[in-house]
Design a protein around this ligand. Sequence first.
Ligand code: ADP
Length: 622
Amino acid sequence: MAETMQFKAEVKQLLDLVIHSLYSNPDIFLRELVANAADAIDKARFAALTDDKLARDWQIRLAIDKERRTLSITDNGVGMTADEVKENIGTIAKSGTKAFLENLKNAQAAGTPELIGQFGVGFYAAFMVADNVTIESKRAGMDAPAVRWSSDGTEEYTIEECDRAETGTTVTLHIKGDKDIYLENWKISEIIHKYSDFIEYPIILPFVKTNEDKTTSIEDRTLNSQKAIWLRPASEVTEEEHNTFFAHLAHGGKPLKHININAEGTNEFKALIYIPEETPFNLFMPDLQKKGLQLYVKRVFITDNCEALVPDYLRFLRGVVDSSDLPLNVSREILQENPLLGSIKRAVTGKVLGELKKMLERDAEQYKKFFKEFGKILKEGIHIDPANQEKIKDLVMFETMNGKPGELVTLKEYINAMPSEQEHIYYIIAESRQLALASPALEIFKSKGYDVLLMTDPVDEFIMQNFMQYDKKYLKSANKGELEIEKDPDAEENALAEATKKYQKLLDYIFDKLQDKLSAVRLTRRLTDSTCCLVGDSNSISPQLERLLKAMHQTAPESKRILELNPNHPVVEKMLSLCENDANSEQLAQYTDILYGEALLTEGSPLPDPLAFVKSVSALMK
Ligand code: ADP
C-alpha cells in the first residue's frame, strides 16, 4: 500500500526555492539527473569488479512520450531500496543545511544560478520543469523489493512497492505545461551534448527514422562522445570544454586555471586539475569540503571522497586523477591506504604549488584574484605541511601598514622594499585592518619608515607560530615581546634604563594595583605618540585568539599581558608626579584605571567594567 510522507521542513524550503526559479537556466536539471544516473552506474560497476553477477551493459537511456508529456531517465546502476529512497530523496541529511539555505537565498538575491548541485541536492532541480516526478528503483546486489516514489514537489510524497525486474533506476518527469521544449528530441540532444558529453556511459535516446521506402522505424542514438577529457591531449581540449567539465565537477562555476599532469614511470597517472575562479559555497561545509579530486583507476571511477589525494590546504581544487597503477578490485578503504596514493599526492601538491608560483611571477593580477579567494586556505599549509612550507611562504601575501586597503604584497616584495638598516620582517596580528592601524605599537615603525605586515585573518596567528624565518630574516611581532628593532645605539637602551629608575615608583604602583590582570608594567621605546599599550610576551597568544578559542569552548591559556608606558608622554609624567606626591591619591587611581582602559580599547579588547571606566573619566573631567 502506498504510504504518504511529509517532506522535512528544509526540503520544503528547498523545493520552494527551486520551483521559484533558483536556477536561471532550467536546462541543467538534465545535467543533474544524468550525473546521478552515472554515479549510480559508477557504484554498480565498482561492485561488479568483485561480483561478476552484477555486470551489465552499462548505459543511460532517455525516453520521451509526448502524449503523456513525460521524459524519463533510466540507468542500470546500483538502484535504491525503499529506505534509501526515503533517506536520499526525502531529507537533506547533510550537515550545514541551514547555512546552505541562507546562502542560497542570498545568492538568489544576487542572481547567482546553479547552486543546488553544489550541495548534493541536484535531484530537486527536476521540479523546475516537472509538476510531478516518479522514481522507480530496484537495488542491485540486495534482495529488496522494487520501490516507486512519487511527488508533485510541494508538501509530500508517496512511496510504495512496485513491479520492476531490472536493477537500476528510472526517473520520470511529467513536464509542466509551459515547458514543452523538454519533450523535443533536438532539445534533449542539445543539452546532453552541452553538459554531459564526457559522461563515460552511452546516453541513448530513440529517434524516429524515415526509411528509404518512406516507412518509419525507431533507431537508438548515442548522444554523447564519452571521451574522458583528462585523457585527451591537453592541446586538443578547448576552453569551452574545460568550462563545461568544470561545471560538471563543481556543479556550476568557472575555472580560473587548469593544470594537466602526465606522470610516467613507476607510478603512472594522468590528472586534470582546476583552480576554481570563486569559492564554491560548499567549501566550508564539513561534509562536502572533502570532495575535492575524483579518483579513477584506468577510467573506472573509484571515489570523489579521497582525502589521500590532496592535502587539506588545497581542498579548493577540483578535478580528476586517473591512475594506471593502482589495483582495481579492492575495497575503497584499502585503496585509500595504498602508498601509491601518497606519491600521487606529493606529485599533485608539488605541481600545483609550482603552477601557482608561475602564475604569481607571470600574471600577478590573476594570482591576486586567486589569493583573495583561496589564500586563507592555502596559508594553512605553512602550519600543516613542513615539507612544502618554504614553497608556500613564497606564495602568501599580506596587506601592509603603508599599503592601501586590499593591496597585497609577497614577503619578497616586502623585503625588497625594506630600508637598508631594517633587519627583521615585522607584522602585527589584529582583528581588522582598522584595529591594526590604530595600534600604538606601530608608532615606532612609522617613525622609522619601516613597513609592517597586517595579519588580520584568524588563521594568521596559527601559521605565524611556525613561520620563524623567510629568506634568512626573522619575523617579529610588533606587539609581542621586547621590542626587537634593529640594533640600537646603546644610548637609547641606556636612556630607557635611566628613565626606568626615575619611573620605578609609578611602575610599581600600577603593577600593584593591576597585578591580577598584568604580568608586568614597564617603559617602552615602542611608543612615540600614545601613552601606553598592551603587549604579550613572546610566547603568548593574542587576545583575539584567546577570545576565539573561548568562543569555541576550548581552553585558552589565560595569558596576562604586559602594560608598556611611554616615558615621554605628558600624561605619564603627570602620573609620576601624582605618585611622588601622594601614592594614595584618588586621582592617581582614576588615572590608572583610565590608562588601562585606553590600552584595552586601542587593541580592540572589551573593557571588563565599562561603567567604572566611564565613572573615572567623568570624575576627572569634573
Ligand atoms: P547528489 O547526487 O549530489 O548526492 P541528489 O539530490 O541529486 O544529490 O541525489 C541524492 C541521492 O539520491 C544521491 O546521492 C544518491 O544516493 C541518490 N540517487 C539519486 N539518483 C539516483 C539514481 N539514479 N540511482 C541511485 N541513486 C540515486
